[in-house]
Design a protein around this ligand. Structure first.
Ligand code: 0WD
Length: 255
């Protein structure tokens, strides 16, 4: 079925074909969505363009480093010019300096803490603000989070605190944008081997623990996250907002 027929969605955070944002794009594309992508800086432009041209030709591609208010403004301005309105926004962006991820949490630097918060949590707020006037017929905003927001996960450190802020931001945004028919939700994904995961020490053992202990006894397939994002973007989830949905083989329920 074409759950996304006639819907236009902006995807932020594709770095390569392993990116969770790319799995989400594939699910939405397969159900008829029209997509646009932002990429961070020239460093990623060629890579993202190759992917998009090969599998979703004709999709818009816009540069947007979320640490820059100007770039956020101009990216959404471009969307307004080309599309006039927006139905969905997928925020799949996070960053922390590797020295802050490697250090014990209590040794996090002031700069490193602020940077992780800026890119991983505040950027959702900034993008929601920019998207709101374009979501004239309501809309769906989705972000990506992790269990390290709720509990201490070894080595997740400064990123866990940033994800806690991100999840709280989802609730405040959902509360304020709900009256406009804009829903805001997060997907809490189980560990997936991507570029961002390379920054987390001992990631292999995190994957093994999931295989051993999660109810489904396997790690998370990015396509499972993609299909949950499809649900959250489509009208099937019209009654759901301010929620954090775990797509983690059930790992989070285990004591
Ligand atoms: O196990 C995992 N991989 C999980 C990831 C489990 C649960 C949640 N997540 C989250 C991440 O924290 C992130 O929010 O999913 C989101 C997407 O991460 P990903 O798909 O795992 O990783 P990746 O493919 O690296 O995409 C993240 C991208 C960046 O990639 P790199 O690795 O180059 O930093 O976020 C983007 C960038 O493309 N990004 C930015 N985009 C715009 N402006 C910026 C920035 N300043 N910084 C990073």
């Amino acid at each position: 079925a074409n759950l996304m027929e006639g819907k236009r969605v902006l995807i932020m955070g594709v770095a390569n074909k392993r990116s969770i944002a790319w799995a989400i794009a594939k699910s939405l594309h397969n159900h008829g969505a029209e997509l646009a992508f932002t990429y961070q800086g020239e460093r990623l432009e060629r890579k993202v363009r190759e992917l998009v041209d090969a599998e979703m030709p004709g999709s818009m591609l816009i540069e947007c480093d979320v640490t820059s208010d100007e770039q956020i403004q101009s990216a959404f301005h471009k969307i307004e010019e080309e599309w006039g309105s927006l139905d969905g926004l997928v925020h799949s962006i996070a960053f922390a300096k590797s020295e802050d991820l490697d250090a014990p949490f209590h040794q996090t630097s002031r700069d490193g803490y602020a940077l992780a918060q800026d890119i991983s949590a505040y950027s959702l707020v900034a993008c929601a603000k920019a998207a709101k006037p374009l979501m004239k017929n309501g809309g769906s905003i989705i972000t990506m989070t992790y269990l390290g927001a709720e509990r201490v996960i070894p080595n997740y450190n400064v990123m866990g605190v940033a994800k806690a802020a991100l999840e709280a931001s989802v609730r405040y945004l959902a509360s304020e944008l709900g009256p406009e028919g804009i829903r805001v939700n997060a997907i809490s994904a189980g560990p997936i081997r991507t570029l961002a995961a390379k920054g987390v020490k001992d990631f292999n053992s995190v994957l093994h623990v999931v295989e051993e202990r999660a109810p489904l006894r396997r790690t998370t397939d990015p396509a499972e996250v993609g299909d949950t994002a499809l649900f959250l973007c489509s009208d099937l989830s019209r009654g759901v907002t301010g929620e954090v949905i775990h797509v983690d083989s059930g790992f989070n329920i285990m004591g």
